[in-house]
Unconditional design. Structure first.
Length: 1058
């Protein structure tokens, strides 16, 4: 295929193609460096033609010129690891400087060009924050600067001082006008004195420091319009001044050179002259092939988002990448029925008579119900909605009506011939995912509709709708959670699922209980004179041509199938059989999928159809089943012990995406998603259509997925709230190590060799990895030297982890010695580990707990809460169970990664004694047995996210004790709701927000504020002086003095009243 070369010119002129969105720029005395299409490019300072510096298949970003302008240092992602490389500006072979698998972001060169400054989580106790490092530009062991954390930084000319931030800013995230606890400030660190001091204290982000003599330039939103602009801070006077004054879009990624600052603003690059503060745009030409924009036929099977089986089971209809496909089940011939690039068609649904296909299309600008005639290919739009999102059309058996539900939970029925719509009901509690799986059941004669809906008690009840009379009846009481009603195809019964089996499971750790595996399967005879199949006098009934329902005493006729209660879902029915999935017992270690089963009402037996089923659909005849097993589809019979021998040929679903058209549709989709799903219908007071239009202007310059992600991220950020993000990729990048083996140690250089400085052990923590060098019998000690790996000697001129490339979770042979001489070494075999992070966290937690115990003379316990999901709940219970007997507790949730809101955690900590037991020959104890009624305090900081906001919010509401530290992230707008684009990308439009019991909004943009504000000094914290922990100790001890704890009250001798 011919490669197409195009000249991309900026700014917009009469050129046929004009690309912008050049990112992560840097500037030297005569050149500009930037990233475009994941590669590095260099252009003259005056603008003009640029040349591509890198062309590897990975992603190169954040390039920085060396002080003499002859080299470039950059961060590159290859094989999922992001390391630092250097390269001559004229090209050549890149030099890899670092090899550790944790992500690394290059920040700067030292003034003499000998060292590189970078940020990484490689030594971080928690993955939320980076630390700052210097490394020789030629390689070697990175040296951590004496700061506990750091994100962006700039070195002074003599290298003796550093201006830095320690919170991440939001340049790569979707949050503008942020005023929460993670807003970074500028700090100055003096290496000679070892002292840090704060330079700025704006409520929003101050970041990206750039040093020029006595002046520090930086990014701040501290202006009238709260747009990110460049500011200057005079280090001699402390005066601050706004330098740029953009009001329409934010300044991004500024970088300083000898005489200019280069930065991105909107879709352009600009130069700021340090001599006179004048700003001018840069015109740059790129010569680059645009092969990705050609409409190449390709399989879209990885973009399947819904499927439907034809009535005769001879074809399967797929929604994939916005088109609707028909796949011949036998021969694998695929037909693209819609062929509409840049238009989203969703939820195909073939009619039972095989004549029509219903789906929703946004061709009009809003999602409308479309009827496609399968014989003639003619299409007809049945609806004319002005807004809203709608879900799967569900046909009546006579193919005359369609039921569907929308994002506002309004259930409608439309007459296909007349297009007349009837509103049936409106739900109370279903979210997007529940609505995607919402099902109605039509009676065989199309006269009745059954569905479930939530009531105010949060149970679901079964509702029956009679089409002719338009009468809706609540058929079950809602005293139990009844759902998934399904009509018997023969017209005699209504089947349903119900949570009616209450069997508490008591815990081993404490005496609380939970209810799991409570789902039962039931049936209700539709008529008063119809016997249950389990009645001794039952005989198989004839098919009822007209379905009659006696609504009187309806629920009292319910009969439960003689099956053990479990986790049943997706109930369906064929004549005399019920088909359903049984999910595995709730067990985090159980990996098996759901089993598809059927129950035969004539033989009263249950049989397995097939295991590990993600989803299924019955054909209209009830003879075939369309199965989905992960990304594989196939057909099986309604019979026991089926095997999926042949998968459907989904690779034959071929489309030729028009990326430009897709990008236009994605902007419109983002506009609609936010309008229809964001928790605030007023969208925080924004003129949302105008905001979207302002970013729509960038579309002519979007030429790849990375460009589109920038546009979507900036657009979503205008909402100004937590749990908001966007990407044009099919997943957000997360660091994942699958190449480099680790040992759980710190190294230092001594005697021109690598000496072991620390070995991290997990202690008794069962779920953590153990440092391979801490294994019993190896006798490896701190102070020993690691001299060779698999027989290859280590050089201190290289990063030690270079020797562990390709050794991910593998057995390696290490040469260990108590001297730096290889001839003194002994060889040991160890298996490397994937990550050291949990080991470092546990070491930090153990150090904090020891400090608390020593400072309080054993009176206080210390509990660390890493998140509020399953992992955090386990950690909290593990620690609480060991320390609940302490007189006071300090709970530390700094760097909390979120999860659930945290109400169960607060319940655990809020268990005052209700009574005590006096026991003969045993210690007295309280009820609840595992509880704590002493003083508590909670430590928070700006890295406490989502559930890390929710937990202190609830802790404060429950008045369990003071919050100490700094305010949290501010993520009580949420959780996130990823709404998919046709290309696999997504935008999150959080559908809810927390408010308190007094009717006030929780801190959705500011974070939960502590009762006692204490900010840690990063330098002192590095050396073990944790001011926040110290204050928590003193406050909790003070509370103990005021309200001493009585473990067991005194009581009089027992007497029997006569």
């Amino acid at each position: 295929m011919t490669t197409i070369l195009m000249v991309l010119k900026m700014p917009l002129s009469n050129a046929a193609i004009d690309a912008r969105l050049l990112r992560f720029p840097d500037v030297s005395a005569d050149k500009i460096l930037f990233t475009y299409a994941s590669d590095l490019w260099i252009a003259p300072l005056s603008g003009g033609r640029a040349y591509r510096l890198t062309s590897d298949g990975g992603s190169e970003k954040r390039g920085k010129f060396s002080p003499d302008g002859t080299q470039v240092a950059y961060s590159a992602t290859y094989q999922e690891n992001r390391n630092i490389f250097t390269l001559d500006v004229e090209g050549g072979i890149p030099k890899q400087v670092t090899y550790h698998p944790d992500p690394m972001a290059i920040l700067d060169w030292s003034a003499d060009g000998k060292q590189l400054l970078f940020a990484s989580t490689m030594y971080s106790e928690r993955p939320r924050y980076n630390k700052l490092f210097l490394v020789n530009a030629r390689g070697g062991l990175p040296e951590q600067l004496p700061l506990f954390y750091g994100e962006t930084a700039a070195l002074s000319a003599d290298g003796s001082q550093l201006i830095y931030t320690f919170y991440k800013d939001f340049q790569e995230e979707s949050w503008k006008r942020y005023e929460g606890g993670r807003a970074p400030d500028l700090w100055l660190f003096d290496k000679n004195t070892g002292i840090s001091r704060k330079l700025t204290d704006y409520v929003g982000p101050d970041s990206q420091p750039m040093w020029a003599g006595d002046m520090v330039y930086y990014l701040s939103e501290n202006g009238a319009h709260q747009r990110s602009n460049i500011w200057a801070l005079d280090l001699m006077t402390g005066a601050k001044k706004q330098i740029t004054h953009f009001i329409d879009y934010d300044v991004r990624h500024p970088s300083i050179g000898p005489s200019h600052i280069v930065f991105q603003q909107a879709d352009r690059l600009y130069l700021l002259s340090l001599a006179d503060n004048q700003v001018k745009p840069i015109d740059i030409d790129l010569v680059i092939d645009q092969q990705s924009l050609t409409e190449k036929p390709q399989s879209v099977e990885k973009r399947i988002t819904s499927s439907a089986l034809s009535a005769d089971a001879k074809a399967v209809y797929f929604e994939a990448r916005g088109d609707i496909f028909k796949l011949d089940a036998e021969h694998g011939v695929a037909t693209n029925l819609t062929q509409t690039p840049g238009i989203a068609e969703r939820y195909p649904s073939p009619s039972p008579d095989g004549q029509s296909l219903a789906y929703f299309s946004d061709q009009s600008g809003e999602y409308q119900l479309v009827l496609h005639q399968l014989n003639s290919s003619a299409s007809k739009t049945l609806t004319h909605f002005t807004q809203g999102y709608r879900y799967r059309p569900q046909w009546s058996p006579d193919s005359k009506k369609i039921a569907f539900i929308d994002n506002e939970q309004v259930l409608r029925v439309i007459d296909v011939k007349s297009a007349k719509m009837t509103v049936i009901d409106k739900g109370l509690r279903r979210g997007h995912y529940e609505l995607e799986n919402f099902q109605v059941s039509w009676s065989a004669d199309s006269r009745w509709l059954a569905f479930s809906r939530h009531l105010e008690n949060l149970n679901q009840a079964i509702f029956l709708y009679e089409v002719a009379s338009q009468k809706l009846t609540q058929a079950t009481s809602g005293d139990y959670n009844d759902f998934d009603p399904v009509f018997d195809p023969q017209g005699n019964y209504l089947y349903l699922l119900s949570h009616r089996q209450f069997s508490p499971i008591f815990g081993d750790i404490d005496e609380t209980w939970t209810y799991a595996n409570s789902t039962t399967i039931g049936l209700i005879p539709l008529r008063l004179n119809t016997l249950s199949p389990f009645h001794p006098g039952w005989r198989r009934l004839e098919v009822s041509s007209k379905v009659e329902i006696d609504l009187t005493d309806f629920e009292n006729r319910l009969v439960l199938l003689p099956l053990k209660a479990g986790r049943y879902v997706n109930l369906s029915a064929v004549p005399d059989k019920l088909i359903y999935q049984e999910q595995p017992t709730q067990d985090p270690d159980k990996k098996d999928g759901a089993i598809l089963k059927y129950y035969d009402l004539t033989t009263k037996t249950e049989s397995n159809i097939i295991a590990d089923v993600s989803g299924f659909e019955l054909s209209h005849s009830g003879e075939k089943i369309l199965l989905q097993k992960d990304e594989v589809y196939g057909l099986v019979e309604v019979a026991k012990d089926q095997e999926l021998k042949e998968k459907l040929a989904t690779a034959n679903l071929i489309a030729a995406p028009n990326l430009k058209a897709e990008y236009r549709q994605m902007v419109s989709e983002a506009k609609r998603y936010v309008r229809d799903f964001f928790y605030d219908p007023g969208i925080h007071g924004l003129d949302w259509p105008a905001v979207v239009d302002s970013y729509r202007r960038w579309l002519p310059y979007v030429n790849n997925e990375e460009d589109m992600t920038v546009l979507l991220t900036e657009l979503a950020a205008e909402l100004s709230g937590g749990h908001i993000w966007a990407t044009a990729a099919d997943s957000r990048w997360r660091p994942k190590n699958e190449t480099v083996g680790l040992l759980g140690v710190d190294f230092e250089v001594a005697d021109n060799a690598y000496r072991i400085k620390k070995i991290y052990a997990s202690g008794a923590y069962a779920d953590a990895p153990v440092s391979p060098l801490a294994a019993p019998g190896l006798n490896v000690k701190v102070g020993d030297y690691l001299l060779a790996v698999n027989g290859t000697p280590l050089s201190t001129q290289d990063d030690p982890w270079k020797a562990f490339q390709g050794q991910f979770e593998k057995v390696v042979r290490l040469s260990i010695s108590h001297t730096p001489k290889l001839e003194d070494a002994r060889e040991i075999l160890v298996k490397t580990i994937a990550s050291e992070q949990k080991l470092r966290e546990l070491d930090w937690v153990a150090s904090n707990r020891k400090k608390v115990a020593q400072a309080s003379d054993g009176k206080l316990g210390y509990l660390y809460l890493p998140d509020t999901s399953l992992n955090g709940q386990n950690d909290l219970m593990r620690q609480f169970r060991a320390q609940f007997h302490k007189q006071g507790l300090i709970i530390d949730e700094r760097f909390n990664m979120g999860g659930a809101l945290g109400d169960r955690l607060v319940e655990l900590l809020n268990r005052p004694p209700l009574n005590y037991f006096s026991s003969r020959n045993a210690m007295d104890y309280a009820l609840p047995t595992i509880g704590h009624n002493g003083p508590k305090s909670l430590i928070t900081n700006g890295w406490s996210y989502s559930g890390g906001d929710g937990f202190p919010f609830l802790f404060k509401t429950a008045q369990l004790g003071p919050l100490i530290g700094t305010q949290t992230w501010g993520g009580l707008i949420g959780p996130n709701l990823p709404l998919k684009f046709i290309n696999g990308g997504a935008i999150s439009a959080p559908p809810q927000r927390v408010y308190d019991i007094w009717g006030h909004w929780a801190e959705g943009n500011e974070g939960v504020r502590p009762d006692i504000v204490v900010e840690n000094d990063p330098t002192r914290l590095y050396f073990g002086e944790d001011a926040q922990l110290d204050r928590a100790i003193s406050e909790t001890l003070k509370a103990l003095e005021t309200h001493p704890i009585i473990k067991v009250p005194e009581f009089p001798s027992a007497r029997i009243r006569r």
